[in-house]
Ligand binder design. Structure first.
Ligand code: ATR
Length: 281
């Protein structure tokens, strides 16, 4: 593609960032919707991040995705920040205002919920009892997304209980912290179980959990997408539970970010999924 002055530039910023599949996906959508734009990746060290972000408008970027380890640091440079990003405590999408200011948002909660609704069109938030495993950054997005949809009963279980208590204080006092070691027993209560820990990811240990007490009607959601089928999801599928992996969450958070920059929400079509699967997801 010939990059001229009218090309709308967006980037993903992380450290490292070479593994990111976002450029492939966004450049596919740019082509599909005939938008004159390009999406590049940019590796920035933590001690250079604030200056780098503040210079994005000067360098002609209309926006950016922010990934590990900069999602929290990005909040500091924003002139405006969405309620979602504030509550989640992290920015994954930056939008440059016409005046050159940075606006911070977070599309992860949207991606999480959209994927859930797509997998189960009859999902009813008001009748959901959600058991969320983990209390890191991903858990914040999941809890915020569930609360915003109107889920009233959410249990948080984390190995480090203090992190779960902090999440409750920062996100919503209605969250109920339970003990990590009681996870097998507490499954009997849940209609939705979400793994937000890094357990089960390639290179990590598996999530150790016995699904014996889980209702067959419960939805089992693992936000991990490398691999697509964690041992947790495989075990749930074998019992007949509806299972959801993290690929859709990744795709829909990307689609939402795309719409914030370019004004059109791209279709999460077969080809978009295929592009990621071809890269070994
Ligand atoms: P992310 O931003 O992807 O959520 P994170 O903030 O580093 O990543 O959070 C990782 C989550 O996985 C945490 O909930 C962590 O639990 P602790 O707070 O107790 O560390 C969880 N996790 C990682 N390794 C774990 C393990 N071996 N057993 C249980 N939980 C684990």
């Amino acid at each position: 593609m010939i990059v001229n002055q009218k090309t709308l530039k967006v980037c993903i910023i992380g450290y490292p960032v070479s593994h990111s599949l976002s450029p492939l996906l966004h450049n596919y959508w740019l082509k599909k919707y005939k938008i004159s734009g390009e999406y590049v990746s940019s590796e920035v060290k933590p001690d250079e991040i604030e200056a780098h972000l503040l210079n994005l408008p000067t360098h002609g970027f209309i926006g950016a995705n922010i990934t590990i380890p900069h999602k929290r640091a990005a909040i500091k440079v924003c002139s405006e920040i969405s309620d979602t990003a504030r509550k989640v405590g992290a920015v994954n999408t930056l939008i440059t205002s016409p005046g050159g200011k940075l606006i911070g948002d977070n599309t992860d909660p949207y991606g999480f919920i959209k994927n859930l609704k797509k997998a189960n069109k009859k999902w009813n938030p008001r009748q959901t009892k959600a058991l969320v495993l983990g209390a890191g950054g991903a858990s914040r997005s999941v809890c915020y997304g569930l609360l915003k949809e109107g889920v009233r009963e959410i249990y948080i279980l984390n190995r480090n209980r203090t992190d779960a208590e902090n999440l409750k204080t920062e996100i919503n006092d209605s969250l109920i912290v339970k003990s990590w070691k009681d996870r097998n027993l507490l499954l009997s209560w849940a209609t939705l179980v979400v793994n937000t820990t890094s357990l089960g990811m390639t290179g990590m240990q598996d999530l150790k959990i016995s699904l014996e007490n889980l209702s067959e009607k419960a939805i089992v959601y693992d936000i991990v997408y490398t691999p697509l089928n964690t041992s947790f999801l495989n075990a749930a599928r074998q019992r007949g539970n509806l299972t959801i992996n993290g690929l859709g969450m990744f795709l829909y958070q990307a689609a939402k970010s795309f719409s914030l920059w370019f004004g059109v929400e791209p279709d999460v079509d077969e080809r978009a999924q295929q592009i990621l699967l071809e890269r070994g997801i």
